[in-house]
Design a protein around this ligand. Sequence first.
Ligand SMILES: Cc1ncc(COP(=O)(O)O)c(C=O)c1O
Length: 442
Amino acid sequence: MTETTNTAASACAIADAAHAAATSATAPDIVCAANIAENPYKRDFPLLANHPDLAFLDSAATAQRPKTVLDAQRRFYEEMNANALRGLYRLSVEATEAIDVARNRVARFIGAPKAQDVVMCRNASEALNIVAKAFAPTVLEPGDEVCITIMEHHSNLIPWQQACRAAGAKLVYLYPDENGIITPEEMDAKIGPKTKILSCVHVSNVLGIENPVKELGRRVHEQGGYFVVDGAQSVPHVKVDVTEIGCDFLAFSAHKLFGPFGMGVLWGKDELLNAMPPFLTGGEMIDNVTEQDATWAPVPEKFEAGTQDAAGIYATAAAVAYVESVGIDVIEAREKALVAYCMEELGKLDFVTIIGHPDANMHHGVVSFNVNGIHPHDVASILDMDQVAIRAGHHCAQPLLTWLGVENLACCRASLAFYNDKGDVDKLVAGLNRVWSMFHGE
Ligand SMILES: Cc1ncc(COP(=O)(O)O)c(C=O)c1O
């Protein structure tokens, strides 16, 4: 696998340079990042720049993309487009090299020791399915336990239900306390010698809380089990380093990381990826094929059957480049300031109930709430009239909402990204006042 090439490396460099040029006037640091009255970021995002009246508060569902990512995708098609891996001619080699460069960039971003252990797939859901459907059967036996939390997104829950059913294993849940925290006592009670796999959401898409992944990983490893982290809501918002966390697998989606739709990442430990069978089979993932048998290509190709979305992979690297140029610490600081302001303002509305930890510091970008007595779908529809985009429903976490006991098995969720500002939160608050008045005629 090539480390760098002039063409593809320079394309990523272009993404960096373009962003640096766009934001050089403000040279953001952590102090001014927390100044949410200023917003030097919206101009990097064409959709936001073109819709100045939109308060987009649904980034946990999918983020907006900066121009550098859109340009990278287009540049791939305009300058490098060929089927990667298959050709010996210049364009195809360049497409292959672009994928290699992108993989290196993603690996560096998540602290992976080797780029080869970064498997490119469609999204976090597919990445988690690879682990549950290809890895789990190699280690799960009847009577074993798989441990997850009650706050999992369905993408990190249903695959484990199925893996347990297939293996005759038991699915065990970690329940948080009333603030959303998984306590050491709960870990003591649930993680034990039978725990073969612990798969945990890093940051909850409903509660916004960050789970103690290092501690969870340490405990399951102590029991001889394996640790899987769903980083779909953490990788875009906080520094995620697989080596520091000490996990065995990490899954996330590019589209929540300001990258393209249809791209996801599974990182796994070298020895585990090498030992497990492929998930999908077909072209490009083989070493040798005979009439009755086949052998597999080395990792990562073993897990990347069929034609890869080379343009998407390339644009994913541009998204990583963009995030790095803003700075993940700046992103985190700004989102903390936004959430603090949002929770403070929502706290002033006596008809709004915030779900999750009362301390804003414990939320990463996500504030879920309900308007007393009004269905979340009504709230979201009325807010939409004021160009405030929030999400309402079960957020693909039905067992969590059932456990929380929220009415209608639904809640409202405002999810903030660093490109939001104080004005977006003010629009949400004004919109909620309007919702209340519409229903109560005040
Ligand atoms: C915590 C979490 N995990 C997994 C997923 C699944 O991501 P995708 O739909 O991109 O596969 C989501 C999506 O919202 C999520 O929030």
